[in-house]
Design a protein around this ligand. Structure first.
Ligand code: URA
Length: 184
């Protein structure tokens, strides 16, 4: 584990621990307030993120921006990161070996940010952070406390773009997050 953001970012820039390094244009390190109370964790960069080097700047990101508006929080005030820092080809899910190779970078980010709340966006984030025993359809919408951090699993915004019927649950889950932020 690195004690500074600079060392951590430098080591990710030079990372070749998994095959995703071969296809990346840019690493997508993470963005936002490094002392945020709330962190959002997605899956991995898509095409737009790979080009811009920033998480959630494409279509799913536009939906996240609406979510931040609904939560009445500024995007700059939260910290946003992904399970994997390099783009999986064709936007497929990260494979287990890729997520395993990358997860300690994210754990290092969590250690440095020290958030009180972590919103897990989708199944890949949920399983890689809290364990394979969880399923997004049953775990979403309920707080899971672990080592002093409150986790809220919810659907990934890209899933809402594919399936309208999930939207109502996503907004319901975010309402719980809004209430929790107020109670901090
Ligand atoms: N989807 C993710 O999970 N993360 C991003 O950064 C963009 C899309």
């Amino acid at each position: 584990m690195y004690e500074t953001w600079e060392e951590l970012e430098e080591s990710i820039k030079n990372c070749n621990k998994c095959k995703l390094c071969h296809g990346r244009r840019n690493i997508v390190f993470g963005t936002g307030n490094k002392n945020a109370d709330i962190m959002f964790i997605g899956e991995g960069p898509g095409a737009d993120e790979d080009i811009q080097g920033e998480p959630f700047v494409g279509k799913a990101g536009q939906l996240m921006n609406k979510a931040f508006d609904a939560l009445e929080i500024e995007r700059e005030n939260v910290y946003i990161a992904n399970i994997v820092k390099c783009r999986p080809p064709q936007n497929r899910n990260p494979e287990k070996d890729e997520a395993n190779a990358c997860i300690n970078y994210l754990r290092n980010q969590v250690m440095l940010v020290k958030p009180k709340i972590i919103v897990l966006l989708g199944s890949v984030a949920l399983k890689n952070i809290l364990g394979d025993k969880y399923s997004i359809t049953t775990a979403r919408g309920k707080w899971i406390e672990n080592k002093g951090i409150y986790y809220m699993p919810t659907f990934h915004p890209a899933a809402l773009l594919r399936d309208d019927s999930k939207k109502i649950y996503f907004w319901r889950d975010l309402k719980l997050v809004k209430e929790k932020i107020k109670s901090l």
